[in-house]
Design a protein around this ligand. Structure first.
Ligand code: MG
Length: 388
């Protein structure tokens, strides 16, 4: 079996780096991003880390450690936007991208050699691409599996690039402290250290039975990892298959105008959820339930995927018009399926028509207002008197 080429990409001090990118005055300064909600640090620049500030630390403690630090609120929408740009770049190298967090992903570039060059070249290329197009640095680990790639990406942070060649795995593990193995906590590490074990390879000195009694069902996995074996595949992001909202009326109705208002309200909610999760959907599904609990379902697949409220609403109205309603309805529901990840910038690159991007901008502006001031702050004109 030829060995695989797995890359682990991890953005450096992601939130703090974005703040410094957006405001050059912050560059080189101890920037600490933290929400007032939980009162903990979400991210700290490397300058702030030098003072012992790290994520998940209470803000109050961070202030003591770094009194001259620049404390900023979390701007999640902005970070999601940049995350989308990063993932979009990664996806241009291979469809096998598994996003594992807002700023981290695995890529499987096995077999890309002829087209894109050696693993090292691809990794250098990705770093350059992200730096030039977005303006941020990342660290990349290249290895024959996910386990090793993840460890490798941390070794030379920030702006690191570490390659573990297949024939270098054994010596790498022989020098790898146990603490670097995911799943080996502090306590376990101490126990192992007491047994005279220090590195990953040392685990192999223990009788297998002892390993399984110490680690239970994780024992087998740990032994494989100690041998440098990790068969976990890079699985392109598994997403929710669909999103939907439905509402049972307080009073049954078949008034078309009232039904349309409900659909607009629900399209707005769906669109908002899609956009918040950087998703777009292609198939719009209408569900109606009448007085006698008979359910009518209609679906319409668009020629392109969308997260635009007015597009979802237009499809919903088409569907509503296609149902012959003879009895008052007790429930209306709207859903969207055929979901795919969307990059907030994607529509610009794809040159979708201007109208769509304008709608999208309006939607996003509305989303921002809602998130900041609460969902009732803003209503579409035709929903002004609408009481859900
Ligand atoms: Mg990171």
């Amino acid at each position: 079996m030829t060995s695989r080429v797995i890359l682990h990409i991890d953005m450096d001090a992601f939130y703090a780096s974005i703040e410094a990118m957006d405001d050059p005055a912050l560059r080189g300064k101890p920037v600490i991003v933290g929400g007032s909600v939980r009162g903990v640090v979400s991210a700290a620049s490397y300058e702030a880390r030098a003072f012992g500030v790290h994520s998940a630390m209470p803000i109050a403690i961070a202030r003591k450690k770094c009194p001259h630090g620049i404390f900023l609120p979390v701007r999640m929408n902005r970070y999601l936007e940049v995350s989308g740009q990063v993932m979009h770049i990664l996806a241009s190298y291979t469809p096998l991208v598994e996003q594992v967090s807002i700023d981290e992903a695995y890529l499987d570039t096995t077999g890309c050699e002829r087209l894109k060059g050696k693993p090292l070249t691809i990794a250098q290329e990705i770093k350059k691409h992200i730096r030039q197009e977005i303006g941020l640095t990342c660290s990349i680990g290249v290895a024959p599996n996910k386990f090793l790639a993840k460890i490798a990406s941390e070794l030379e942070k920030p702006d690191g690039l570490t390659v573990i060649e297949p024939d270098g795995v054994a010596s790498f593990l022989a020098a790898l402290p146990l603490s670097k193995i995911s799943g080996v906590g502090k306590k376990t590490q101490e126990r192992l250290n007491k047994l005279g074990l220090e590195t990953a390879t040392d685990i192999l000195k223990l009788p297998e039975k002892l390993v399984s009694s110490m680690f239970g069902k994780h024992g087998a996995r740990l032994l494989s990892l100690a041998r440098g074996v990790d068969e976990d595949e890079v699985v392109p992001h598994r997403q929710a298959k669909s999103l939907s909202v439905e509402r049972t009326f307080s009073q049954d109705t078949m008034d078309p105008e009232a039904l349309r208002k409900w659909l607009l309200f629900q399209a707005e909610e769906l669109g908002h959820r899609l956009r918040r999760h950087s998703l777009r959907g292609k198939t719009v599904i209408l569900k109606l339930k009448d007085q006698e609990f008979k359910v009518h379902t209609r679906r319409h697949t668009l020629s392109y995927s969308t997260s635009v409220t007015s597009t979802i609403y237009a499809a919903a109205v088409l569907l509503l018009n296609s149902v012959r309603i003879s009895k008052p309805l007790r429930l209306i529901g709207l859903g969207i399926s055929n979901l795919e990840g969307s990059d907030p910038q994607l529509h610009l690159w794809e040159k979708t028509d201007e109208q769509v991007s304008r709608q999208d901008e309006v939607d996003r502006a509305v989303d921002t207002l809602k998130e900041r001031y609460g969902r009732d702050i803003i209503r579409r004109g035709s929903l002004v008197d609408f009481k859900p």
